[in-house]
Write a protein that binds this ligand. Structure first.
Ligand code: APR
Ligand code: ZN
Ligand code: ZN
Length: 361
């Protein structure tokens, strides 16, 4: 029998979200029911609300979450009731062409729960990124649950499920940042700051944070930026070159998703350097670059999907580093809020007042 919980639903394009009753089925084969303890408010939730992702309303929002497994389907062996887990939106299939080539972090056929959560009247819900965790309980594929050390605070842990993992992974997994590197990060919101933190963890020598907001640059310093550039007053490319012996950075992470900042990343990179695009553009955006420069500068222009992470490999490792005091992930939690505060959190996010608001249950 389905259980009744409270959840936050986006009913239609641009409409305010609603806190309403959600019916969650008992887990079937391959599924897990999770009691959500914390879930961060991410830009992607706002994109769902504003119609930027699809038209499959109503959406059950929320996807940066951690919680306790409450029940699992008969055949599930990887997780069990009582396990503390971070939810992921990359439950690798092991079968698709990416997985078969040994690159499961690109998995093209990730798993989600098969059964639908619904509104009280039976209307099926589309869970955000296949998760839907602005709800007291949610139904996911068992592979979307990654077991980690339960000593971490749930509000901190949940952020690894999306934005923070995307940023850390953009630097370490996609950019291949390593000791001694020079790195520039353009855009220092939650994702960019996570790229700064990841670069520090990897041993980068110089970490240049670029933003148009001095408050964000202050925060970036706390995460490990060695230099900052306010690109409202200073040319980002010239500034980055100046701080890297005139050459440009070995790795430039673009964490905004706009053509003009991508161009800055492109030109602020040293010869044979790497540009990592982790910011997500919108469909109207186009990029123009001199092709001779694309050739002549060599190196690599890469996109980072979810930080090219492998949840089963990366989440437990990052949680352990945090618990050892080596990764201050708690600094990404700007505030904790209730399920009824999502609209207010969207507003704060749009005004750049927070890195992450996190719903705690
Ligand atoms: N130049 C420099 N910095 C900029 C510019 C610009 N032209 N425009 C915006 N910024 C800065 C903002 O001041 C802010 O600090 O970029 C940062 C963006 O951060 P957030 O809005 O907090 O977004 P975040 O959650 O970090 O996500 C960044 O990654 O995963 C994607 O969808 C996500 O596209 C988004 C991006
Ligand atoms: Zn696969
Ligand atoms: Zn997200």
């Amino acid at each position: 029998m389905a259980i009744s919980v409270r959840g936050v639903v986006s009913p239609g394009k641009g409409e305010p979200v609603q806190l309403t009753e959600v019916l969650v089925p008992e887990p079937g084969p391959g599924e897990a029911l999770v009691r959500v303890q914390a879930c961060g408010v991410c830009h992607t939730d706002l994109h769902y609300k504003m119609g930027g992702i699809g038209d499959d309303y109503p959406y059950l929002l929320g996807h940066e979450a951690a919680g306790i497994v409450e029940a699992v389907g008969d055949d599930v062996t990887d997780v069990a009731p009582g396990d503390f887990v971070i939810l992921n939106w990359r439950a690798v299939c092991g079968q698709c062409r990416a997985c078969k080539r040994g690159r499961p972090w690109y998995c093209f056929a990730t798993h989600n729960a098969k059964q639908k959560m619904t509104l009280a009247d039976g209307t099926p819900l589309s869970p955000a990124l296949g998760i839907g965790a602005f709800a007291e309980k949610t139904l996911v594929a068992a592979g979307q649950c990654t077991k980690v050390n339960p000593a971490i605070a749930p509000a901190t842990a949940g952020l690894l499920g999306c934005g923070v993992m995307a940023g850390i992974g953009a630097a370490i997994n996609t950019g291949g940042v390593t000791r001694g590197d020079t790195v520039a990060v353009i855009g220092c919101g939650g994702v960019g700051d996570a790229a700064v933190l990841g670069s520090r963890l990897a041993g980068a020598k110089t970490i240049i944070a670029v933003d148009i907001d001095d408050r964000k640059l202050e925060w970036a310093r706390e995460f490990g930026a060695t230099h900052t550039i306010n690109s409202r007053n200073t040319d980002a490319v010239a500034g980055i070159r100046e701080l890297t012996g005139g050459f440009g950075a070995d790795v430039v992470v673009e964490a905004i998703g706009r053509p003009e900042t991508y161009k800055q990343a492109f030109f602020a990179r040293d010869l044979a350097g790497v540009v990592v695009l982790v910011g997500v553009p919108t469909p109207d955006m186009e990029l123009e670059l001199p092709l001779l420069e694309v050739f002549g500068r060599g190196g690599a222009l890469k996109s980072s999907w979810y930080g090219d992470c492998l949840p089963s490999r990366d989440f437990p490792m990052l949680v352990d580093l945090h618990l050892e005091g080596r990764l201050p992930l708690e600094k990404f939690v700007s505030e904790t809020i209730g399920l009824g505060d999502i609209e207010a959190a969207f507003t704060k996010m749009e005004h750049g007042e927070v890195l992450r608001s996190v719903v705690v249950f």
